[in-house]
Design a binder for this molecule. Structure first.
Ligand code: ADP
Ligand code: MG
Length: 697
């Protein structure tokens, strides 16, 4: 019988919540900041606003009841007196703070009418030596007192095996820094950790805070190396897997057929990425490639050509999109392009979504299992267990950032023949800035479409106060008169989907009234799928002049005749979301515009971040520049969304400031894996523990 799991107290549970399982995890849990308890300050010398430690005698203690009930304690250190105020306190506190007690008190000194004061200072009975190092303050969670955490970290630090993992003779990771500071050598891991947990009081606080201190350099270098190693390991493991090499069967001509049937010529960028993808598909190693290209750059046709390559080689292909509307649109487009070519071969395009009728679904599943369906388009439904492919060789994932790691893994594991993996092509209009690609996506190959199809006129973006809404409606009328169509997007109000709806419904009613004779449609997430499709259909066919919608249209929809995008409460949207929305227009030859309506609500003006976003939108149409600014505004953690990327985020290193360390890690990682695999293994395990698994997605 298995032993019952040990009972954990709340603090132990909190430790686990922070991911602090092993001694090494504790040792690598570094302070946020420090408190200086190495000195006692005389009250008379303490400046207002300064946080100090004093040693003083309690001369008076009482609970006052005027105003808020509080415990007021007067202490005297011989140089001056100070009042300590507590709004919440227990009898045990009162006991310690009794008249005559000698205390060591630490807190921020406030001056004022009644003399010096400290609010809720930390205190204990005086006595014992003063610490000789700064006191660490660790990142913590509720239910985990600092004192407990400090003891746990100290224990971990003492027990953790901290043998060196950097290979012998490995080049210095910070030669520039060493030169600049005249430092003789770098810290060992043990030295670095001991120092950062308990720095000497005379150390430069700036060097600790901006993490430029050599001890920090050591840790950041180690962390980046672990990241590079684990991704390289994942890549090498993947390279050992087998995938079907996709070479066209004799007489197969789907790819050529599609190229011939397209109403346009591919751009140079589309041709280039098409070749990169085709080269991968010809190899017996599973492709793991990200196709990034700005909204409207024409990723779909590149994906369709890849699908043709798989079908020409006698295999099946699946395309998965994050929403039903988008999947539906892909389906129609691909059916239009491919059915005429597939039908003579006795093959078809199948369609799978969650909302499908049982009978139709069963029919589709049969076609997929028999191989009659050469291409399967759908939503998450594509990766459900019941879906059995005859021979899936290529999985295409549109708007990759919207899918979780688990879903991507599930799609990959769909291939019937267990020995073979499908090739994977992910598409995204949210490009990954170079620094992130180098660190977080080191095991992913990236193809970039850096050119829009010809004949597009750049979108003009205007940021307008909501008070000028009438002018915007005038503009809509003018566009309608020219035969154009308009999107009007209402924001998602996170707290309340219902409110969201009220807002969109109201706007729909207002616009219908303001624009007599124009068909104004409404689209929101609560509508039934069939209804959504019907509305979308009217808009696609040009019958509907204005489409009011919540953010359901965010990704991928393609209506070239739409020339004006109005985004209401634009200040509430994220930058990449705004850019995606704007990308819905400017898809045809007509001059297009995007109006960002903002409202400051009751505030006199917009917050700094919202303003930075709107400014970025007005200043550039370039998706890469937008991504760069987005990263700047949000930082890598939020930009990536740890859950979506599945990559453990860097805790210590900063890609902007630590580029030298990153370069070092990138160079060292492959050599280390080749020549010192055991050290590499040990290093990754130490830093990433169980988390390294994630990276393989
Ligand atoms: P995205 O990259 O945002 O997914 P789409 O694949 O939806 O973009 O393409 C946007 C529009 O551009 C579609 O209407 C598509 O048919 C068209 N398109 C794609 N490639 C070209 C091209 N080379 N020349 C002209 N139009 C193109
Ligand atoms: Mg698309």
């Amino acid at each position: 019988m298995a032993a019952p799991p040990p009972k954990l107290n709340p603090a132990q549970k909190a430790l686990l919540k922070l991911g602090l399982r092993r001694d090494i995890d504790l040792a690598l849990h570094l302070p946020l900041r420090y408190e200086d308890e190495t000195r006692i300050t005389r009250l008379a010398d303490a400046r207002e606003g300064e946080t100090v430690q004093i040693e003083a005698l309690v001369t008076h203690s009482e609970v006052t009841l005027h105003g808020r009930r509080q415990l007021v304690v007067t202490v005297d250190d011989g140089s001056d007196t100070c009042q300590l105020r507590f709004f919440s306190f227990y009898p045990s506190h009162q006991k310690t703070l009794a008249v005559g007690a000698r205390l060591r008190v630490r807190g921020e000194v406030k001056g004022g009418f009644l003399g010096r004061q400290m609010l809720h200072p930390v205190f204990k009975l005086a006595g014992g030596d003063l610490p000789t190092a700064l006191t660490p303050v660790y990142p913590s969670v509720a239910g985990l007192p600092q004192a407990y955490l400090r003891r746990a970290v100290l224990g971990g630090l003492q027990r953790a095996p901290l043998s060196e993992t950097l290979p012998p003779g490995c080049p210095p990771y910070n030669s520039e820094y060493l030169n600049k500071t005249g430092l003789q050598r770098n810290y060992s891991l043990r030295e670095a950790l001991s120092f950062l947990h308990h720095p000497a009081p005379n150390v430069s606080l700036t060097a600790l805070e901006d993490r430029s201190h050599p001890a920090w350099q050591r840790l950041k270098a180690e962390e980046l190396l672990a990241q590079q190693l684990s991704q390289l390991q994942a890549k090498r493991e993947r390279d050992r897997l087998q995938a079907p090499p996709l070479a066209a069967l004799p007489g197969a001509g789907l790819r050529q057929g599609l190229l011939g049937a397209l109403p346009f010529a591919l751009t140079a960028a589309q041709q280039r990425v098409g070749q990169e993808i085709a080269a991968d598909l010809a190899l017996p190693i599973p492709m793991n490639r990200l196709l990034q290209g700005d909204v409207g750059s024409g990723k779909t046709v590149v994906a369709a050509l890849a699908a043709c390559t798989a079908i020409d080689a006698g295999w099946q292909c699946a395309l998965m999109a994050p929403t039903e509307i988008l999947a539906d649109q892909h389906f129609r487009k691909l059916v239009g392009w491919l059915e005429p070519l597939l039908a003579p071969l006795g093959k078809c395009v199948a369609w799978l979504t969650g909302s499908q009728k049982t009978k139709q679904r069963r029919e589709m599943l049969e076609r997929i299992a028999s191989g009659e369906a050469a291409l399967v388009v759908g939503t998450h439904a594509v990766i459900q267990e019941k879906v059995v492919f005859q021979n899936l060789a290529l999985a295409l994932i549109d708007e990759q950032h919207r899918f979780g790691v688990a879903q991507r893994l599930a799609l990959r594991s769909k291939l019937v023949d267990g020995a073979l993996e499908p090739h994977l092509l992910m598409m995204t209009a949210t490009p990954i800035p170079r620094t992130l690609a180098m660190s977080y996506y080191a095991d992913l190959d990236v193809s970039t479409i850096d050119e829009l199809p010809p004949g597009r006129t750049p979108i003009v973006t205007k940021v307008i106060n909501d008070a000028r809404r009438d002018e915007v409606i005038e503009r809509i009328r003018a566009q309608i008169d020219e035969g154009r169509q308009i999107y009007w997007v209402c924001p998602l109000i996170e707290e309340s989907e219902a409110l969201d709806l009220v807002n969109a419904t109201q706007t729909h009613a207002d616009l219908s009234e303001a624009l007599p004779g124009v068909l104004v449609g409404l689209l929101h997430s609560r509508m039934a799928v069939a209804e959504k499709k019907a509305v979308m259909g009217l808009f696609t066919d040009g019958v509907m002049g204005v489409l009011v919608s919540t953010t359901v249209i965010e990704v991928g929809v393609d209506v070239p005749n739409a020339s004006l995008m109005v985004i209401e409460h634009a200040e509430r949207f994220g930058l990449s979301q705004l850019h995606q929305l704007r990308g819905r227009v400017g898809r045809g030859a007509a001059a297009s515009a995007c109006v960002l309506l903002y409202s400051t609500g009751d505030a006199p003006r917009l917050g700094e971040i919202a303003r930075a976003r709107l400014r970025a939108m007005a200043e550039t149409n370039d998706g890469f520049e937008i991504a760069r600014r987005d990263l700047e505004i949000r930082g890598p953690g939020e930009f990536l969304g740890a859950r979506q990327s599945g990559a453990p985020l860097l805790r210590f290193a900063d890609l902007e400031t630590d580029s030298e360390l990153l370069e070092w890690a990138r160079e060292l990682a492959p050599q280390m894996l080749d020549r010192y695999p055991a050290l590499a293994e040990q290093h990754v395990l130490r830093w990433l523990g169980g988390k390294a698994e994630y990276l393989k997605a």
